[in-house]
Design a protein around this ligand. Structure first.
Ligand SMILES: [Zn+2]
Length: 222
């Protein structure tokens, strides 16, 4: 999990939220059932596109990247069942993989990557994301979302192996420019927000730097 910056509210929400909520409130007052279309306006293509952009096409919780077939499920940070005001509000929407979405269910008070910086609440050992012992919200989140389920550990291990191979290539490169470019790829590109499992990659690179296995700063340009 990494911190996510909320993007601009899609125009379709700004223009329609009052009407969308009003229709649901009308049904509530009349004791009638809204249609699925009326309930699911938050699934509008523009909203989904904006959420995919701000999450870098990754699950907001586990950082798994969405494929070309599956684009993730829109997730309500505060469960939509708790009130009409939570259903369409831009600040309450994000996107998650099906497993994280299901695991979170209607639970509240989890680490919110739009508000908290998860890298301040968890520490990372290899492929495992652990809550800091003094953070009850991180503990609750790790358990609820199951942030260390076996398929995630497997995929994060593949990522670590790829980073290790890059490190080996960099160490063995005899051309100084190539060596520098490979270190830069390892330190900057592979740890960028848009990369899958960026938090794991950052922790790995930090540990390499701490152990003196890669140079901390890039060599000054010649
Ligand atoms: Zn996920």
């Amino acid at each position: 999990m990494i911190k996510i910056q909320k993007g601009d509210e899609p125009q379709v929400i700004t223009d329609n939220i009052a009407e969308w909520e009003g229709i649901l409130r009308g049904h509530e007052a009349a004791g009638t059932n809204p249609s699925d279309t009326q309930l699911n306006r938050y699934r509008h293509d523009d909203i989904k596109a904006a959420l995919l952009a701000e999450t870098h096409r990754k699950c907001a919780y586990c950082e798994s990247r969405f494929g070309h077939v599956y684009y993730g499920d829109i997730e309500h940070v505060t469960p939509k069942k708790l009130g009409i005001e939570h259903r369409f509000r831009w600040e309450n929407l994000t996107i998650a993989c099906r497993i994280c979405n299901t695991n979170k269910g209607i639970k509240e008070n989890l680490v919110d990557p739009y508000i908290h910086d998860p890298e301040d609440l968890f520490y990372i050992q290899g492929p495992t994301i652990l809550p800091l012992p003094d953070s009850s919200i991180a503990r609750f989140t790790e358990m609820t979302i199951d942030l260390n389920r076996s398929e995630l550990l497997e995929r994060r291990n593949e990522k670590l192996r790829k980073l290790h191979d890059l490190l080996t290539l960099a160490n063995e490169a005899s051309d100084p420019d190539l060596k520098e470019a490979l270190y830069e790829q390892l330190k900057s590109r592979e740890t960028a927000d848009e990369m899958e499992y960026a938090a794991i990659a950052r922790a790995y690179v930090s540990s390499l730097v701490a152990q003196g296995l890669i140079p901390a700063a890039s060599a000054p340009a010649a």
